[in-house]
Write a protein that binds this ligand. Structure first.
Ligand code: SF4
Ligand code: SF4
Length: 79
């Protein structure tokens, strides 16, 4: 996969960037479980999982990087 293909899979929020292609292989959904600020929600857990930000909650992030650490696919980037 080329760099540009990778870039197309990334969903950009204000300062979170999620490679949702990687979420398709996920089964533990630690982003949703471990973020104590409840910033993430994983949709379609039973079929094609996809991590999204809960509307209105991005600003509650304190950049502790628990989420980037626990996501074993390294799907999350935070600026
Ligand atoms: S962000 Fe990481 S932990 Fe969350 S669903 Fe995607 S791959 Fe899984
Ligand atoms: S950096 Fe911390 S507060 Fe921000 S989304 Fe990740 S786990 Fe939640």
């Amino acid at each position: 996969m080329s760099k540009s293909d990778n870039e197309r899979n990334i969903e950009h929020y204000k300062f979170h960037h999620i490679d949702v292609e990687k979420c398709k292989n996920c089964s533990d959904f630690f982003c949703e479980d471990k973020c104590f600020r409840h910033i993430y929600k994983v949709e379609n857990k039973e079929s094609e999982p996809k991590c999204v930000l809960v509307p209105g909650r991005e600003g509650f992030c304190i950049k502790c990087h628990i989420c980037t650490t626990v996501c074993r696919f390294k799907a999350i980037r935070i600026d």
